[in-house]
Ligand binder design. Structure first.
Ligand SMILES: [Zn+2]
Length: 480
């Protein structure tokens, strides 16, 4: 697709603040990611490529967690966002890949960075230059010398291989904490009951709990709920960003109280994970389904808001976004951009004119958000959109200034239907039109969906109101 004169004029008028150098740097990094994933596929048994890539994405997400917890230093930093990434903090390439997919869910990343993980504030912008400065152009992987400080620090701190491919073949286990007693254990990645399998299972040597993915998720939920109860600024995931991108924790305590009240026992305490698991087993469901069913009976909670509330507990990593899912959805884009020749090394594609075209298409894409004439982004405008999102605060300021809403970006296939009843019920004359896009329900494509532009017009601070008010579903959702 190429742009029209009208779109070009619009792009000039908008002055989208994504420098071309950033787009080009992003493209080079995408080329490195293409090479990395190509190597992963090449080292796999041909019948098993998809399973191998999935395990690689799970490992990458775990290693992102390890990197944030053990490598990124925030001690003594009053303003961590002002401290650039140091040489020894350079992420392994698979961690760089996972961080990239994570940042491409800008609202969730922003909420996590503001409320839950101060380490993320060190990455207010994706570290394109740090990564590229350490790349050997010939191999499209890290230059050993240029990444030496990081490799040595990573290996001595984490006991894991720095190189993602080496790690895949040498690091057979990962550490987990028992979701009941907290005892740490090393569990294998591979095998029928290994961590990478949906049937993961291991017995805690300390308390005897048979730990599964379901129990890790339920444990993460109980822990988040307990922490949010004690720390009003922590909030449950997906509850603290308003439609215009402000962080607002004022309603979080009310949401937590409503959830707590629904789950508490006679003494007002949360049931233990073991008791919840036993109750779920006798009801014949998973623990997370049991929790969801229980919450759906709570008067104060809108049923259609529950999927949003529970979204972060569909996986056990400490992120609001499911980074493994996001990685799977970025993979075709990485392939597409490479196959178009835009991220292949040593080519003169894209030209400046190609990029001008992409900016014009992106301007048109954004303009259509306002004028309810939505279309899916093509890969060129998507590239500019993604690059924009990697400049986290720049994107937020620009997009809120222009659209009056903080436009989110979610992996294709995420269940946008969960949000539909809510949007359908909102009729606000001051509305800004937005859309929910799904890949599998074409009827939604032309539907006009509304989010109020005045998110603070409703009462705050009352449990029932927290889920009744329109602003709870603050993020608006566009998939890609
Ligand atoms: Zn245990």
């Amino acid at each position: 697709m190429s742009s029209t004169d009208k779109q070009t004029a619009l792009a000039n008028q908008l002055q989208i603040d994504v420098p071309k150098e950033k787009v080009r740097a992003h493209l080079q990094v995408l080329g490195v990611f293409f090479h990395l994933l190509d190597t992963v596929a090449a080292t796999s048994n041909p019948e098993n490529v998809e399973a191998t890539v999935d395990e690689f994405f799970q490992r990458s997400t775990y290693r992102l967690q390890v990197w944030l917890e053990q490598i990124i230093n925030i001690d003594g930093e009053e303003d961590p966002e002002t401290k650039p990434l140091q040489d020894h903090e350079l992420p392994p390439l698979d961690v760089a890949l996972a961080l990239h997919s994570y940042m491409l869910s800008p609202l969730r990343y922003f909420e996590d960075s503001e409320l839950r993980s101060p380490q993320l504030k060190r990455m207010q912008e994706y570290p394109l230059a740090n990564i590229l400065n350490a790349i050997d152009p010939a191999s499209q992987a890290y230059d050993e010398l240029k990444s030496l400080a990081a490799a040595q620090f990573w290996q001595s701190t984490t006991q894991l291989k720095f190189d993602a491919i080496d790690s895949m073949s040498n690091d057979a286990t990962r550490v987990i904490e028992c979701p009941s007693c907290g005892t740490a254990a090393s569990v294998p990645w591979a095998g029928a009951h290994g961590f990478a399998s949906p049937d993961f299972e291991y017995v805690c040597a300390q308390c005897g709990l048979v730990v599964t993915h379901d129990l890790l998720r339920a444990g993460k939920f109980l822990k988040a709920l307990a922490r949010a109860k004690n720390d009003a600024g922590f909030c449950l995931p997906n509850t603290a960003i308003l439609v215009r991108g402000e962080v607002d924790v004022s309603r979080c305590a009310a949401i937590v109280a409503a959830v707590w009240e629904c789950l508490q026992d006679d003494q007002g305490a949360l049931p233990s994970l073991k008791d919840l698991a036993a109750a779920a087993a006798s009801a014949g469901s998973s623990t997370m389904t049991f929790i969801a069913n229980k919450l759906s009976t709570a008067d104060a909670l809108r049923p259609e808001s529950l999927p949003i509330l529970l979204r972060a507990f569909e996986h056990s990593y400490p992120f609001t976004q499911d980074v493994v899912v996001a990685l799977h959805h970025q993979r075709p884009f990485i392939n597409k951009v490479f196959n178009e020749g835009w991220s292949a090394p040593q080519t003169d594609v894209p030209s400046d004119a190609d990029l001008d075209d992409a900016y014009a298409l992106y301007a048109d894409f954004l303009d259509r958000v306002i004028h309810i004439q939505r279309r899916e982004p093509g890969w060129q405008d998507d590239l500019i959109w993604h690059t924009h999102q990697l400049l986290l605060q720049t994107y937020r300021a620009f997009i809120v200034g222009y659209l009056h809403v903080y436009l989110d970006h979610l992996p294709k296939g995420e269940d946008a239907n969960a949000f539909r009843p809510h949007y359908d019920n909102v009729a606000n004359p001051k509305a800004v039109a937005v859309w929910v896009e799904t890949t599998d329900t074409p009827a939604l494509e032309t539907k006009k969906l509304f989010v109020p532009t005045d998110p603070l017009s409703c009462q705050d601070g009352v449990a029932a109101q927290a889920f009744l008010t329109n602003e709870f579903v603050a993020p608006i959702f566009a998939n890609n």
